[in-house]
Design a protein around this ligand. Structure first.
Ligand SMILES: *[C@@H]1O[C@H](CO)[C@@H](O)[C@H](O)[C@H]1NC(C)=O
Ligand SMILES: *[C@@H]1O[C@H](CO)[C@@H](O)[C@H](O)[C@H]1NC(C)=O
Ligand SMILES: *[C@@H]1O[C@H](CO)[C@@H](O)[C@H](O)[C@H]1NC(C)=O
Ligand SMILES: *[C@@H]1O[C@H](CO)[C@@H](O)[C@H](O)[C@H]1NC(C)=O
Ligand SMILES: *[C@@H]1O[C@H](CO)[C@@H](O)[C@H](O)[C@H]1NC(C)=O
Ligand SMILES: *[C@@H]1O[C@H](CO)[C@@H](O)[C@H](O)[C@H]1NC(C)=O
Length: 607
């Protein structure tokens, strides 16, 4: 069970650059400096010749050291790289007013104060690089030549003559003027008269300026094939088979397994592409996709990817460390797995606030090993932990996903979401055999997960479905509440009683996480849902006040719930799940948040 060289390289990188994030905090937008020649990527070690930091300094690094490693007015007004823009202008502090911990005047379009721009102009090419021991380049042209080189994809198995290629690309498609766009396109596998194994994937990047990540999914046999891509959310085809994100050259699957395609395998595949266009450029087009390498000489096993993680993230502003965690519990693995699975590679996924992340494997209630461990997480250079000797997971084992976030220079709360400015907390585990896992997802939403036993009172994923359907307006619960509550008030005695009764009698309302999840869906899915939320909101505040006034509310389920279940503080929740459903450590939330939630509800219900 030894991860191969990649892991060691990854860890060495992490040790070598330890501490650079401390200096990032000393500079305005220190963590947002764009790489001069890699679209969509950041230059982390702003003062260094090496993109990851550590080692010899660049011109800006020398000036920063001279200034006592602080953002002084003089350093801000200086133009270290001599490209005509001051360091302050490059780092989003043109007035030189920023102080440590503050929010800079501008937080986008941050350029490198130590690289003369445009980096390939004649003047900049000849700019001298300060000499240091071990540094072999003298000019910026030589330095950038090394910094701009793209790594090459290596996969020895592709040299075999039976391996063929299939390119799945979308036609040239206009990119909308919005920050985040998800596009999906479904393809038919060309030959379904026999079986094949896909053994590697490579990205085909057409517009590198906006291409952010791609996921490859297996679809049901009758899922509609599309002639052109269309905007989509997460969802559609359920089985995650492959992934690409910035900094990855491709996936070379373990020699013991491949993705089964064709006669008895997947017949349709979907590629979901994430376009990131934060500058809202118009007139961009893209025709990216994936190259699949496949063979009819089948390998020993079929493979797929298991996704773990937390679907609910709330990172308060200016916080040095927020932990989101989720357990794929022992109950879950017992329910989902029909036999052992063998992990051949593992990877972490968060966005730019992510600082550290690990995936833990537990057995018999004890920590066994880390499947991944990014001590310093870097979004732009994701690490794949490859296991030539696969790690075996038994039914009953537990997989814990831990994500750490820092938001010191962010003034607003960050939530889970698809946009790059939102956050995510997911682990991806490539495994075989595919047949031993019933579902390829083991994630949670706060303390709830799809595979754990029902929460207190007998509510499970299945039971929650009724709230999400238009027919919800036929239920007694709906009729009871909406017949006596006028949306958003006034809170009459009948409404108050009806709400109390609903909270007490409906099993899915007895667990605070469950109630919150239902509300979240009610807002978005159906008109009946919004009506119902409006009816609830009528007396929720009154109930909350009643609970504040009451002396002993510890055992009062209604009082527990009107607080929205915002009582989690240190990794366990109060939902009776004893953490096995995926506990989430959050800062405890105050009345203000509750009111915010209600105002939010009001706003959505009206719009
Ligand atoms: C992107 O795709 C279009 C259409 O196939 C092609 O004309 C263009 O050259 C491609 N651009 C890049 C950078 O590959
Ligand atoms: C994108 O495609 C549109 C329509 O075909 C074209 O007008 C536009 O010039 C293209 N943009 C670029 C940057 O090539
Ligand atoms: C697992 O990862 C955690 C978090 O980085 C770390 O504290 C712990 O020491 C690691 N354990 C092992 C055995 O590597
Ligand atoms: C329930 O909603 C449907 C539309 O989704 C509507 O046609 C129907 O009349 C509603 N029934 C009640 C009792 O409000
Ligand atoms: C609806 O209201 C009636 C009368 O108050 C009550 O008996 C019943 O239990 C309520 N049903 C639900 C699902 O709350
Ligand atoms: C923190 O967690 C422990 C169990 O791990 C629990 O006993 C304790 O009450 C919790 N503290 C708070 C403040 O919730």
């Amino acid at each position: 069970m030894r991860p191969v060289a990649l892991l060691q390289v990854a860890l060495c990188l992490a040790c070598g650059c330890h501490g650079y994030r401390d200096y990032q905090d000393e500079l305005p937008n220190g963590g947002r400096v764009a790489h001069p020649c890699k679209d969509n990527a950041l230059w982390h070690g702003v003062g260094h010749l090496n993109v990851q930091g550590g080692g010899a300094r660049n011109v800006f690094g020398l000036d920063f050291a001279d200034a006592g490693r602080k953002w002084t007015r003089e350093l801000c007004q200086k133009d270290s790289d001599g490209d005509g823009k001051t360091n302050g202008q490059e780092l989003g502090d043109p007035q030189c007013t920023w102080t440590k911990g503050g929010i800079p005047e501008s937080t986008s379009g941050i350029t490198h104060p130590g690289v003369c721009d445009p980096y390939d102009s004649e003047k900049c090419q000849n700019t001298a690089v300060p000499p240091s021991p071990g540094v072999t380049y003298a000019t910026q042209a030589q330095w950038m030549k090394e910094a701009c080189v793209q790594a090459e994809f290596e996969c020895p198995a592709l040299e075999s003559s039976d391996v063929k290629q299939l390119d799945l690309r979308m036609p040239l498609t206009p990119v909308p003027q919005q920050e985040t766009t998800y596009m999906c396109m479904t393809f038919q596998w060309p030959d379904v008269t026999k079986d094949f194994h896909v053994i590697a994937t490579e990205p085909i990047i057409n517009n590198s300026y906006i291409m952010h990540h791609m996921l490859l999914f297996g679809c049901a046999d009758d899922f509609a094939v599309s002639a052109e891509p269309s905007e989509c959310g997460m969802g559609g085809c359920p089985d995650l088979l492959g992934a690409w994100s910035l900094g990855v050259t491709g996936q070379c699957f373990h020699t013991g397994a491949g993705v089964l395609m064709g006669q008895t395998g997947y017949k349709r595949l979907m590629i979901q592409s994430h376009w990131n266009n934060p500058q809202l450029h118009a007139h961009f087009n893209d025709s990216s996709g994936m190259r699949l390498h496949y063979t009819s000489e089948l390998r020993a096993n079929n493979m797929a990817m298991l996704m773990t993680g937390q679907n609910y993230i709330q990172i308060p502003p200016r916080s040095p460390d927020t932990l989101a965690t989720s357990d794929c519990s022992s109950t879950c693995t017992n329910n989902l797995m029909t036999g052992d699975i063998h992990i051949t590679s593992a990877a972490n996924h968060m966005h730019y606030l992510g600082t550290a992340m690990n995936l833990e494997l537990h057995r018999n209630g004890r920590f066994l090993m880390n499947l991944t461990n990014d001590v310093i997480y870097d979004y732009d250079t994701p690490k794949f932990y490859e296991y030539t000797e696969p790690v075996v997971i038994h039914p009953g084992d537990m997989i814990r996903t831990n994500c750490h976030f820092a938001s010191l220079d962010k003034a607003t709360t960050t939530f889970e979401g698809d946009a790059t400015s939102d956050e995510m907390c997911y682990g991806f585990l490539t495994f075989f055999p595919r047949e031993n896992l019933k579902k390829l997802k083991c994630t949670s939403w706060r303390g709830l997960s799809g595979c754990d036993p029902p929460t207190e009172g007998g509510c499970d994923t299945e039971a929650r479905q009724i709230f999400f359907k238009p027919a919800f307006n036929q239920t007694e619960l709906y009729k009871n509440l909406t017949s006596v509550c006028k949306p958003f008030g006034p809170c009459t005695t009948e409404c108050n009683t009806a709400l109390r009764q609903a909270m007490q009698s409906e099993p899915c309302f007895r667990n605070p996480d469950s109630l919150l999840l239902i509300k979240w869906y009610l807002l978005q899915l159906t008109e009946a849902g919004r009506n119902f939320l409006g009816a609830m909101a009528t007396c929720e505040l009154q109930l909350y006040k009643d609970c504040l006034a009451a002396t002993d509310t510890a055992d009062d389920i209604v009082c527990r719930n009107v607080a929205g279940g915002h009582t989690m503080t240190n990794g366990t929740d109060d939902s009776g799940n004893d953490g096995t459903g995926g506990a989430l450590a959050l800062q405890s939330t105050s009345l203000l948040t509750l009111l915010g939630l209600m105002v939010g509800t009001l706003y959505h219900a009206l719009s």
